[in-house]
Structure formats: structure tokens, C-alpha cells
Design a protein around this ligand. Sequence first.
Ligand code: FEO
Length: 389
Amino acid sequence: MAFHALAVKPDVYWVGAIDWSVRNFHGYSTNRGSTYNAYLILDDKITLIDTVKAPFAQELLERVASVIDPARIDIVISNHAEPDHSGAIPAVARACPHATFYASAPKGVAGLTSRYGQLPCQAARTGESISIGRRTLRFFTTPMLHWPDNMVTYCPEDRILYSNDGFGQHLATSERFDDETDWAVLLQEAQKYYANILMLYGKQAQRTVEAVSGLDIDLIANGHGVLYRSHIKEILAAYRKWSAGETDHTGAVVYDTMWGSTERLARTIAEAMSAAGIPTKLFDLREIHVSDIMTDLLTCEYLAVGSPTLNNQMMPSVEGFLGYFRGLSPRRHKAFAFGSYGWGGQSVPLVEKALEAAGCTIALPSIRAVDVPSEDQLEKIYEDVKTLG
Ligand code: FEO
């Protein structure tokens, strides 16, 4: 047997799977892989909380079997029907023929039934609890964080919050706890996760953070990445900041370029913003994935987006970025558009329109240059952009 359970509290085991290889999670660039966390509780009623992605079902069952026979599992709680957490349910249902499943009412139950057919499934509602012996498991539905069915489960006796997607990070490591991992890396991955998965649902995230802040928690057992036992206050504070839409006085310049002119504008603008006291990062869409850019856009105040004109349009990479950005609905940036063009020059007004459609406030008139910007033009752009400070 290659896969073993790891005790995270007395009689509570991590039995998830580590996905070292995943690099594209439906369009999210998972540069550091991920984990799918599941938990086994040994009590009068043996309980499994969440499962894993389907290809890892055997890994989950082997980890369970390192502690008890999977056939002895009485209860399976599914906090979320998305297949990275529920994909192994058919295998679990076969291995645990006596198990009763719990999912949120009505969306969780409907989601599991739609994907996996009829299961012996009970509906869980906010505030309801079940006793599994010495422990109680209390359910809190968290709809649209980030699917309609999401819920979290709290065990007051163990002071564990089983938070599923909430507080997750796509981070594959052999360590399971926050204090065994580089905190800066962990926080960056948690920020990237929030930016790309949860940003659109800030109000729901705020409600969830407020609901769980009143609980006595000494372990956040999440659905992805490492578990929090030493940095609970810090991750709750980060979620409060992110979900409130608080920004830092920083900036981002995002662009693509054809023959280097829009890039010259981009570098000039980034220098000017930094000189104006707005620390600014430059993101070249040819090299940097949109999901990595969103990590910074979660907290930055200023955004400049540049594109040359291609076939009377902005470049497809810029259009793709702006579509993704708009979908996440950050609605807080002070923004402006820029770009070079040979003739026509339609891209810059289109970028400005897309920024407005994404809820940005236009902070500067758009900047355009024909062909190659001259040194005098760059100097004027530098001075104009510096007025942002
Ligand atoms: Fe990790 Fe919404 O699934």
C-alpha cells in the first residue's frame, strides 16, 4: 500500500490526494499543482468529509484503508458537488455500501444526483447538525461561494472547520500544514485562488468569513492545499480584506505588442506610475498567464491596459484578458487604455470601452502613438502619467 492517512487531530485523518502534475485547472494556471483534500473521522459513526477528483479515487481509498476498512464508513459529507471534490463518489459509494451521503439542500443533493445518479442522500441545511458519537457536525450553506451548492461543515468538539473551496490554495506539497510551508508562497497561492475563483462572489465571501469568525476554530481543513493551524487569524484577515475589495496603492500595466511600440509605451507608463509613488508591475500577455495577473489585480488600485490595433480590433490576447477580468467583476480599478497603431487605431477606444464595461473608473485620457513613439512623446506620456500620483 503506497498511500497512507495522516492524522491531523486525534482520530481525524487527512485522506486526500496530491496532484503534482496539474498545470491547467479549467483555464487557471496551477503552476504549483494542487491537492484534493478529504478527511476521515473515526467516531461511533465513521465519517468521510469530501472526496477527490475521479482519477485519484484509488489513492483516497488506499489512504482510508490504511486506517479502517472503507466498507465501515457510515457517513459521507459532500460539501461541494464540483468534480474535483465529488469525482470519487461513485468509487466511494461502491466501496462503502452502507454509507449515507449528506449534501446541501437543494443544490448539493441535486448536483450529486445529476452527476452520479441516485445515492442515499440526505439534505443538509444551515444550522442543522448531526451527531456521529462524541462529535457533532454542523452545516453552514455558503451558496455561490462559488457554486450554488457550496457548504462548510464545523465540528465544535475538534474545533475544525471543513471549509472545502474556502481558504484553499492550488499548492501541491508533501507537507500538510501552514506552519510547515513557506508562508509567503502559501499566501500568494491563497490570493491567486481567491482572485480567480472567489473574487466574483465577494459579498458571499464576506458573509462566510463573518459566519465562521464567530466559531472557535483551531484547524481550517480546506479542500485544496495546506491546512491552517498557525495562521488562522492571518488568512481570515486576508479574506476580510479581499472580500471587502480593499486595495493597496499599487498599479499594474497589462499589454501585448506587435513590433515593440506598445511595449515602449507600457514600460514608460509603468516607470511613470512607480515614479508617482504607485509601485507598479508590468505584465506582458505573451509571457504571463491571465490567472497570474489576476493575483495582483485583486489588490491593486491602478490598471493600464495596452494593445496595438490588429485587423481593426485590439489583439486577441488583450480581448481575452479583458473578458476574463470583466467576468471576475473586480469593479474598483482606476484605469486607462493605451496603444500604438499604424492606421485606423481602433484598439485603444475599444480597450477603454472594455475597461468601463468591467466597472473601472477612467483615470486618464487614453494614450495613443502612431507607429513608433518618439522620445518627446514618451517624455510627455511619462509626465502625464506621473500626475496620477
Ligand atoms: Fe475545488 Fe469548486 O471546486
